[in-house]
Design a protein around this ligand. Structure first.
Ligand SMILES: NC(=O)c1ccc[n+]([C@@H]2O[C@H](COP(=O)([O-])OP(=O)(O)OC[C@H]3O[C@@H](n4cnc5c(N)ncnc54)[C@H](OP(=O)(O)O)[C@@H]3O)[C@@H](O)[C@H]2O)c1
Length: 275
């Protein structure tokens, strides 16, 4: 299936509108190996279905999630997948960032991470120091692009100001029909400045999949409620999203969100109904 492509920030690099979330794969805060085989199969199926943007983090499964992502991508040419990983907010001193990235690369069994994000701001560490380390990683060629996650607009702007050669290409934040805080200022800014907003928890952890209004709108398109919730996100300029699914039926459904868009009137109806 062809991916529905957008551009990552101002990088010129194309990314699918729907990627793969991984929170819970390989464990939540702790390592869990009980579903490894199923997890690797799900990630591989997701890549085959065109969702080759994979979002992971050193935090997930205490590193085990990155190991599983590493196993899953081995069967694909490296340049055919885009890996997002994140440095934990406890590791934001200069040397800690460099070391956290090295450890992520080892777990992922790859030479580079496509997009490396600061997972959360940590106001106890000077942001200038962290951004300097992120830029050093770009210079070393071990990360291709820099981004942030859970950064409010003013902090993202501050972070941008500390970069001299690289740019912030993405901010990964919670955004879905029920969670719309960032529509006021962060999203319009990202759209103006060419920064990708990566919407996490797009299904409100699955609960939007049983929403009555979404089911009703879905009937007009022959789509499920979950597909409508995800399509509403990718209808927006500069927004891509990363639903997590281990169930193969869910994965297939999510891939089928690409390649079409709902009508403007339905988009507006949903935006108003959930406001
Ligand atoms: N940067 C951050 O701080 C941050 C924070 C939270 C999340 N994230 C990222 O965003 C990703 C997605 O967010 P999330 O995992 O919190 O929640 P989510 O994607 O909104 O929801 C995941 C849940 O929805 C179910 N699901 C997936 N597709 C479905 C479908 N088509 N129909 C019905 N149910 C479906 C999944 O079930 P199955 O797994 O059983 O298929 C799972 O239980 C995470 O995995 C992570 O990569 C980032």
């Amino acid at each position: 299936m062809d991916a529905d492509l957008k551009v990552l920030g101002k990088s010129g690099v194309r990314i699918p509108s729907i990627g793969l979330g991984t929170w819970g794969i390989g464990g939540y805060g702790v390592r869990d190996t009980s579903t490894d085989r199923e997890a690797v199969a799900a990630l591989q199926r997701g890549i085959e279905l065109g969702m080759w943007l994979i979002d992971t983090a050193e935090l997930y499964g205490a590193g085990h999630c990155e190991e599983l992502v590493g196993q899953a991508i081995k069967d694909f040419p490296r340049e055919e997948v885009l890996i997002i990983s994140k440095v934990h907010d406890k590791h934001l001193r200069h040397q800690e960032v460099i070391q956290a990235c090295q450890e992520s690369l080892q777990r992922l069994q790859t030479d580079y991470i496509d997009l490396y994000l600061i997972h959360f701001p940590n106001y106890r560490v000077p942001l200038k120091e962290t951004m300097g380390a992120m830029e050093e990683l770009v210079e070393q060629g071990v990360i291709r692009f820099i981004g942030v996650s859970n950064f409010p607009l003013n902090v993202m702007k501050e972070a941008q100001g500390y970069l001299s050669k690289a740019e912030i290409q993405a901010n990964e934040v919670k955004y879905n029909l029920k969670c719309r805080y960032d529509e006021k200022d962060l999203l319009p800014y990202c759209q103006r400045e060419g920064i990708t907003l990566i919407a996490y928890t797009p299904l409100e952890e699955g609960s939007l999949a049983s929403n009555k209004l979404l089911q009703e709108v879905g009937q007009e398109y022959g789509k499920t409620a979950a597909q409508i919730a995800l399509n509403w996100l990718i209808c927006q300029e500069n927004v891509v999203t990363i639903p997590k699914a281990i169930n193969l039926r869910h994965l297939e459904e999510n891939a089928e969100v690409m390649g079409w868009r709902m009508r403007q009137e339905d988009l507006e109806r949903l935006s108003a109904a959930f406001d």
